[in-house]
Design a protein around this ligand. Sequence first.
Ligand SMILES: CCCCCCCCCCCCCC(=O)SCCNC(=O)CCNC(=O)[C@H](O)C(C)(C)COP(=O)(O)OP(=O)(O)OC[C@H]1O[C@@H](n2cnc3c(N)ncnc32)[C@H](O)[C@@H]1OP(=O)(O)O
Length: 199
Amino acid sequence: MNSREAERAPSALTPPPDAIPPVRHPEAPAPGELLGAHYDHCFGCGGGQPHGLHLQARAGDGVSITAEFTVQSAHQGAPGLAHGGVLATALDETLGSLNWLLRTIAVTGRLETDFVRPVPVGTVLHLQAEVTAVAGRKIYSTAVGRTGGPDGPVAVRAQALFIEVMVDHFIDNGRPDEIKAAMADPDQIRRVRAFEVNP
Ligand SMILES: CCCCCCCCCCCCCC(=O)SCCNC(=O)CCNC(=O)[C@H](O)C(C)(C)COP(=O)(O)OP(=O)(O)OC[C@H]1O[C@@H](n2cnc3c(N)ncnc32)[C@H](O)[C@@H]1OP(=O)(O)O
C-alpha cells in the first residue's frame, strides 16, 4: 500500500458500515451518578493504589461519561508536568467506564492519543467520553481531557476500540493470587454478575 492509499484506508478506529449506535442499558447508572471503582486495586480508579489516578467517573446522558483526575507529583514525566502515559491512562480509564453504561465487560484493543498541551502537576483534568458506535463485540469511543474547567481548552484527546470479553478473560489470564482474592470479595462478584446477565 502506498502512502496515498494508506491515507484513504479506513482506520481500525473507524466503525464499519454495519455498526449501530450504542444503546444505553436500561439499568445503567442514572445521569449524574458516580460509578465508583470497578476494582479497588485498579491503577486508574481504585482507592487501594496510593499513586494511582483515583479517577472518579460519573454517568452522563446517552452513552457518555464525565470524569475528573487531579495530576499528582507521582504522575510526573518532565519536571512539574504529567507523564504522557499517565494521561493516556486517564483517557483509557474514562473510556473503559463507558462500558458500564452498556453493561458490557470489555478491554481496550486499541487506543490512539493526541497530546495537545502540556498538563502541569496540580491540574484537574476534566474528561468527557462517549461511545460512538458498536459493531458486534467492537465498541468505538472517543474522549477529550480539558484543563481549567469542563469547557476549558483541550489538552488531550483519544479514540479507542474496546472489545467485549467474557469474565473468563480475567479468570484465565490474571495472576491466580489476585483472581482468588477478587473472587472471595462479595462486592467484586456482585459487580461482575451484574455484567454477566447482560442480555
Ligand atoms: C473475578 C474476576 C474479576 C474480573 C473483573 C472484571 C471487570 C473488570 C473490567 C476491567 C476492564 C479493565 C480494562 C483494561 O485494563 S484493558 C487492559 C488492556 N487491554 C488488554 O489487556 C487486552 C489484551 N488483548 C486481548 O486480550 C485480545 O487481543 C482481545 C480480547 C482484545 C481480542 O482478542 P479476541 O481473540 O477476543 O478477539 P479477536 O482477535 O478475534 O478480535 C475481535 C475483533 O476485534 C478486532 N480487534 C482486536 N484487537 C484489535 C486492535 N488492537 N485493533 C483493531 N481491531 C482489533 C479484530 O480485528 C476482530 O474484528 P472482526 O474481525 O470481528 O471485525
